[in-house]
Write a protein that binds this ligand. Structure first.
Ligand SMILES: [Fe+2]
Ligand SMILES: [Fe+2]
Length: 497
């Protein structure tokens, strides 16, 4: 009962309906415009592929019925993509740069087929595109991208191969190879496993093609080389994917798992500096990372992105480490000698310093954005209050001098890190807290951030239920971090023989 009063129900009652509806309408409108652009870009991509295949088919002496049929077949594959974009309002498809990436990869998958399949009907590079779409966007889209490619492979096989069952075999093999590669990447998408995933996918594709040939009654001599080409082509795609991945990650600024994992390496120069020059901030960041990662898993946010962004969110404190409580080893507090305006200015600056430092070290845009939003537009209440007390009677204190200048957290990951950051700082400042004290503090902070006067969570897509899950997850992580240690007895008092 208590949970309902102070938890989700209380937060829900604080949200003005009008603002909520306006916000939802704005998001719907933006998504619809994004999807419109996606479908237009898909049409342009299809037009390019269709032009290439028309020339290819006419040059190969195909009748006009065959040309029309082939183009319709490929169009159906692209149509499946467009319908999906319209129905699902997929985030990746509604983003211009992501859609451009997908269209470029679709061209890379389809355009070379009339050339490579002349070498052998099994030589395709479409697995490269499928793997890159899977790693750079998501696995659903990567699987769906195999549909137009499989249609294009079937059409090409019909023209270039003298084997009767080749078109059917290639449609199936192309789809199976791409899907198998995507599924194998789902198990592990590290750079070294990418080639293994491609090899497994090639084996699945070769098996599919072989089975299709058997079903069509073809002689083994007619297709055994194709099986090797399917396998070899797929492995080649795996190697190319490893090489091209960093290029696409950088070009389209995508925080892939491989890139994020690299940033967690202790040899990262920024992390090393944080450890040695601001050890208090380093430990604070690690705790925020643990809180945020666990909470992100509970609400379907990107847990690895949360971990990396939380690890680096306060890296700007390196500019002036002693300005922050966690790095002050002695009782000497630099703020004792500063006026509250100067204290606030120096502390507020760390957020922008983090952004600049991360940009300088070429961190993914998603990590930089989180660092720039991790305090939202909150007010430094402590220094604001000091300034008010120090101000002469009747003088107004300008609150904007004590407010972080950034916007409110705009993503789930950003919002989770903001909450984890506040909760960690508050709990750390408590003297020997019990779990009951921690639970009360965490609830107080989350409820405060969800205040109707300017909720810090309005711009984030977190639902009420998700905020409650985050709260529960924080408590679980705090319980693990602050568990009561079993006191070791004094060894000298124990008679050990
Ligand atoms: Fe901060
Ligand atoms: Fe922080």
């Amino acid at each position: 009962m208590e949970r309902d009063v102070t938890g989700a129900a209380a937060r829900r009652s604080k949200l003005p309906n009008e603002a909520k509806q306006k916000e939802a309408a704005k998001i719907r409108r933006e998504k619809t415009i994004g999807v419109g652009w996606s479908i237009l870009m898909l049409c342009v991509t299809y037009a390019l592929i269709a032009a290439e295949y028309t020339v290819f088919l006419i040059k190969a002496g195909q009748a006009w019925q065959s040309v029309v049929g082939s183009l319709v077949l490929i169009a159906m594959g692209f149509g499946a993509f467009g319908v999906y974009a319209y129905i699902r309002r997929e985030k990746n498809l509604a983003t211009f740069s992501r859609m451009l990436l997908i269209c470029v990869l679709l061209v890379i998958a389809c355009a070379p087929l009339p050339v490579t399949m002349r070498v052998d009907v099994g030589f395709t590079v479409h697995v490269l595109a499928a793997m890159l779409v899977a790693v750079l966007t998501n696995r659903r889209l990567a699987m769906l991208s195999s549909v137009p490619v499989a249609a294009a492979a079937g059409v090409t096989a019909f023209v270039v191969s003298g084997v009767r069952g080749a078109p059917m075999g290639m449609i199936l093999a192309a789809a199976v190879t791409a899907i198998a590669a995507v599924l194998a990447l789902g198990i592990s998408s590290t750079r070294s496993n990418t080639v293994i995933a491609a090899g497994l996918a090639g084996a699945a594709g070769a098996l599919t093609y072989g089975a299709a040939m058997l079903a069509c009654g073809e002689a083994f001599e007619a297709y055994w080389r194709t099986l090797l080409w399917i396998l070899g082509g797929s492995v080649l795609c795996g190697i190319l994917a490893v090489g091209f991945m960093p290029v696409f990650e950088t070009l389209f600024d995508i925080p892939t798992d491989a890139r994020l994992n690299e940033l967690l390496n202790n040899n990262n120069p920024l992390l090393k500096r944080l450890m040695t020059e601001a050890s208090g901030t380093y430990h604070h960041s690690l705790t925020v990372a643990a809180l945020a990662e666990a909470a992100a898993e509970q609400v379907g946010a990107n847990a690895l992105l949360c971990r990396v962004a939380a690890t680096y969110h306060d890296v700007g404190k390196l500019k002036d480490p002693l300005c922050f409580k966690e790095n002050q080893r002695t009782e000497n507090n630099v703020h004792n000698d500063l006026d509250p305006y100067e204290s606030a200015r120096r502390i507020i600056a760390h957020q922008q310093d983090s952004v600049e430092l991360l940009e300088k070290h070429k961190f993914p845009g998603a990590v930089v954005r989180i660092a720039g939003e991790h305090h939202g537009d909150s007010v430094m209440v402590y220094f604001y209050d000091r300034a008010k007390k120090a101000a002469p009677e009747g003088t107004e204190v300008d609150v904007s001098k004590f407010r972080y200048p950034s916007g409110k957290p705009s993503t789930k990951e950003s919002a989770i890190i903001m909450l984890a950051d506040c909760c960690e700082a508050a709990v750390r400042s408590m003297k020997e807290p019990t779990m009951r004290d921690i639970a009360a503090k965490v609830r107080e902070i989350i409820n405060h951030k969800w205040d109707k006067r300017g909720s810090m969570l309005w711009d984030s897509p977190l639902s009420f239920a998700e905020i409650n899950k985050i709260e529960t997850s924080f408590l679980r992580t705090f319980a693990a971090l602050y568990h009561e240690r079993v006191e070791y007895p004094d060894l000298e008092e124990i008679d050990v023989r």
